[in-house]
Design a protein around this ligand. Structure first.
Ligand code: F6P
Length: 327
């Protein structure tokens, strides 16, 4: 079987161990795995790692378990946004006799995979690779755990200086549609306030909470704001809090793309390895048009159509836990 593998969209720590797992798992079947460079762009540019007919040797992916970024490079590819582009990609896959495709990425990547599947007879198994943890069909996406770790490291450091100066820090984290990254960083970092895309950020309520915290003797505050919160991020939240008389002196820190980098943590390496192997096995069992994920510790395949129809939302119990802890 000739399998193309690509990483697309925002890179995520764990994409590299996932690539390694796919190449090594495919050895059992004597498959020919081809690395497609820079996501879907690599199909249009016919940019294949070492050539389109070369079988990658498992030794060539040695040492990828702990490497951050995307070894194959990644991109967002505008040509995939219209049907003509998708059909062109299909033609190129056919010209090069690909039998299967494993795209690793988030919602945009998997939407592209679903669209290719409408016109292509080859098999497709997508893998969830994004720090956002916003995909349906899996409890955790590859990259999320490392990004949480990165956020918590930053929060721990900011807590030191917040404590020294009796200050409040707003920390903006990524997450346009799902507040999981914000919520997990807030929980693990012991943060007092969190604003997520799933709920409306109420400045009045937050100021009332902050006044209560001050009265209780709290001297430092960390508020995590998801970039997709209802006010549009931490800078907007800070301005609104100032206007409504926030009782703490504030500073704003935007973590930005720092969250996408770094060596994948063990949880991401393990998830990437499990899902990479599962995807290859699924192809050999004849599966197609699905995303491989893990739900409650079990491997699951969810139709791409279902995966891309919406976004995961923060679990209610996580929201409640944050509230319960901020006293
Ligand atoms: O989807 C992953 C992600 O990192 C999001 O968290 C973020 O909103 C977006 O990508 C940023 O994308 P770009 O690097 O294209 O600005």
């Amino acid at each position: 079987m000739k399998i193309g593998v690509l990483c697309s969209g925002g890179d995520a720590p764990g994409m590299n161990p996932c690539l390694r797992a796919i190449i090594r798992a495919a050895e059992k079947y004597n498959d020919n795995v081809v690395g497609i460079r820079r996501g879907y762009q690599g199909i249009f540019k016919e940019d294949f790692w070492g050539g389109v007919d070369r079988k990658i040797d498992p030794r060539e992916v040695s040492g990828l378990t702990n490497k951050g970024g995307a070894f194959l490079n990644s991109s967002r590819c505008k040509e995939m946004y219209d049907e003509e582009g998708v059909k062109k990609a299909v033609q190129i896959l056919e010209d090069h006799c690909f039998d299967a495709l494993i795209p690793i990425g988030g919602n945009g990547t998997l939407s592209g995979a679903r669209d290719i599947g409408k016109f292509w007879d080859g098999q497709i198994i997508g893998l969830p690779g994004t720090i956002d943890n916003d995909l349906l069909g899996t409890d955790y996406t590859i990259g999320f755990a490392t990004a949480v770790q990165t956020g918590v490291d930053a929060v721990d450091k900011l807590r030191d200086t917040a404590g020294s100066h009796d200050m409040m820090f707003l920390v903006e984290v990524m997450g346009r549609h799902c507040g999981d990254l914000a919520a997990y960083i807030a929980l693990a970092g012991g943060c007092e306030v969190v604003a997520i895309p799933e709920t409306t950020t109420s400045i009045e309520r937050i100021v009332a909470d902050l006044r209560r915290f001050k009265a209780l003797g709290k001297r430092s505050i960390i508020m995590i704001v998801a970039e997709g919160d209802s006010l549009g991020g931490s800078s907007e939240v800070m301005t609104a809090l100032k206007e409504k008389g926030c009782p703490f002196e504030m500073r704003n820190v935007v973590l930005g793309h720092v969250q996408r980098g770094g060596s994948p943590c063990p949880a991401d390496r393990v998830l990437a390895t499990k899902l990479g192997c599962f995807a290859v096995d699924a192809l050999h069992q004849g599966e197609t048009g699905k995303m491989a994920g893990m739900v409650s510790g079990q491997f699951v395949l969810t139709p791409l159509d279902e995966v891309v129809q919406g976004h995961r939302r923060v679990a209610e119990e996580v929201e409640k836990l944050i509230d319960r802890m901020s006293i």
